[in-house]
Design a protein around this ligand. Structure first.
Ligand SMILES: Nc1ncnc2c1ncn2[C@@H]1O[C@H](COP(=O)(O)OP(=O)(O)OP(=O)(O)O)[C@@H](O)[C@H]1O
Ligand SMILES: [Mg+2]
Length: 225
């Protein structure tokens, strides 16, 4: 599903070059639930941006579902991203003036899915994340945990192959954080492939597949093929 070979990422800003990733090898199989753990500045978001096709590595190969992204132009890259990846962010990234229903419907509108099918999918997925009774609520009428459920529903609605979550529990109290983790575990048990980035070491209690990243390098390499 995901194969990274000798990935390096160098940011050149002004006089200094920052080597944010220094030779990362990573292999994630379909159905894995991987947590990437590491301190601030270790390269987690950089890794996530590359994994999510939001950015390209400076050198090295990233093969996503059989496609080496090196060979793609920007349009092809965003096409691949829309098909393959569902994103979940720390700050939810919901549209403030849209209801939970409309937020989840958005990716289906972009994908040109017809009205009846859309309604079915949106209702089913909001039901799955336990928000059937909150469909008409706007984000400011929802709790943090409920907002993140909407964001997860939105990430799932297009049936992506991979869910990428960057600190999904970072803005939640510990109770809601646990509920969101349990939701991810349920999705994993249903067969979804999930990569979750965090600096919370407790996250690894939920899965035995974890990767430690420090200074742009992966320390535990048991996932390396
Ligand atoms: N766009 C950029 N331009 C230049 N340097 C960057 C850029 N983005 C990140 N960096 C640098 O790359 C390194 C890795 O940053 P990254 O954002 O990947 O860390 P992180 O592990 O996600 O940290 P945090 O836990 O604080 O979110 C840092 O030293 C950072 O300063
Ligand atoms: Mg980060």
């Amino acid at each position: 599903m995901i194969r990274m070979e000798k990935i390096r990422k160098i940011y050149s800003t002004g006089k200094v070059d920052v080597e944010a990733l220094r030779g990362v090898n990573l292999h994630i199989k379909k159905g894995d639930f991987v947590t990437v753990i590491g301190p601030s500045g270790s390269g987690k978001s950089t890794l996530m941006n590359i994994m999510g096709c939001l950015d390209k590595p400076t050198t090295g190969d990233y093969i996503l579902n059989g496609t080496n992204i090196k060979n793609l132009n920007d349009n092809q890259l965003s096409e691949l991203r829309n098909h393959e990846i569902g994103f979940v962010f720390q700050n939810f990234n919901l549209l403030p003036y849209a209801s939970a229903y409309e937020n989840v419907e958005m990716p289906l509108l972009f994908a040109g899915v017809g009205g009846k099918k859309r309604k079915q999918k949106v209702e089913a997925i909001l039901n799955k994340v336990g928000l059937s009774d909150r469909m008409d609520h706007r984000p400011n009428e929802l709790s943090g945990g409920q907002k993140q459920r909407v964001a997860i529903a939105r990430a799932l609605v297009n049936d992506p192959n991979i869910i990428l979550a960057d600190e999904p529990t970072g803005n939640l109290d510990s109770h809601s954080g646990r509920e969101i983790m349990e939701l991810f575990v349920n999705l994993w048990q249903e067969g979804h492939t999930i990569v979750m980035i965090t600096h919370d070491p407790r996250a690894k209690e939920y899965t035995d597949n974890f990767v430690n990243i420090t200074d742009g390098k992966i320390l535990r390499e048991e996932l390396v093929a």
